[in-house]
Design a protein around this ligand. Structure first.
Ligand code: ATP
Length: 258
């Protein structure tokens, strides 16, 4: 991925460990996340659970979108005092949210670099931006995406690829993906997953949310299952099977996988 960006973009300092300790989030009477303690290491760590189990809440806490009601986050041994998405970006965290968030009237190229200048506190000239964006989109997309058209004129799948490219262009140490490929077809998803696997293999932390069991089994180095806002168990790659994951997600359902 670094080479796809032509050496034009700079990676934040590598991070080797992100720990959340006793993190909780309440909305009035609703406990969205309770007493969550987890150690994220380089590789792909999937968060799995039924609707409403707290997955997005955990990702929003990690991305700085919401402040936890209690607990703390520790990055490479140092407690984080970040309180906004920008603070988390400065620490090397990039997020692709469930919703496809684009500026529809701005060019695709500008969308890929949205927020980039403030992030790196210095600008990158337009020619270098084009080279970096072209290299990245060539990795992520089977079809060419015009950098100069307003992003809102693209099909939803192409818009989602633009949003994914925006996260990668910053070369984050921690990449958060919340159902980030929902609008893509199977072949599109495959390219994105290859890029994600390469990125994690290069020593970065990827935290991944998906409800598609095949994706989870293909990508995950480890899976943490949530139920009703609580961490039930974390399973390493060798122990991941559909049956085991379903039993942990919904034990009362007694779902049997053939
Ligand atoms: N802004 C909010 N205000 C009130 N309750 C909320 C809010 N956001 C989430 N919740 C509640 O917190 C719980 C966890 O929600 P969360 O979105 O984290 O679950 P999820 O596992 O991501 O679900 P889904 O798969 O449906 O996205 C749910 O009961 C949800 O209704």
């Amino acid at each position: 991925m670094q080479s796809a960006c032509g050496g034009n973009v700079r990676q934040a300092s590598p991070v080797t460990s992100l720990v959340i300790e006793n993190v909780g989030k309440r909305y009035g009477e609703t406990v969205a996340l309770a007493d969550a303690t987890l150690n994220f290491r380089p590789g792909i760590h999937t968060i799995l659970g039924e609707n409403g189990s707290g997955k997005s809440t955990m990702l929003k806490v990690l991305s700085g979108v919401i402040a936890p009601s209690e607990g703390r986050m520790v990055l490479d041994g140092r407690t984080i005092s970040a309180s906004s998405p920008r603070d988390m970006q400065d620490l090397g965290v990039s997020t692709v949210f469930q919703e496809v968030l684009i500026a529809p009237h701005r060019a695709v190229l500008d969308n890929i670099f949205l927020g980039y200048d403030g992030f790196f506190r210095r600008s990158l000239d337009r020619a270098r931006r084009r080279t970096a964006a072209e290299g990245l989109l060539a990795l992520l997309s089977r079809f060419p995406i015009d950098l100069d058209v307003p992003a809102g004129t693209l099909a939803l799948a192409a818009q989602q690829l633009v949003v994914i490219a925006r996260a990668f262009i910053r070369l984050p140490s921690i990449l958060l993906l919340d159902e980030a490929t929902a609008a893509l077809d199977y072949a599109d998803r495959d390219l994105v997953f290859e890029a994600v696997e390469d990125y994690a293999g290069a020593g970065n932390i990827v935290i991944f949310i998906s409800h598609r069991m095949e994706e989870v089994k293909r990508l995950s180095d480890r899976v943490t299952v949530l139920r009703s806002g609580r961490i039930i168990e974390t399973i390493e790659r060798d122990g991941i099977t559909s049956q085991r994951l379903l039993d942990l997600m919904a034990p009362e359902a007694h779902i049997h996988v053939e």
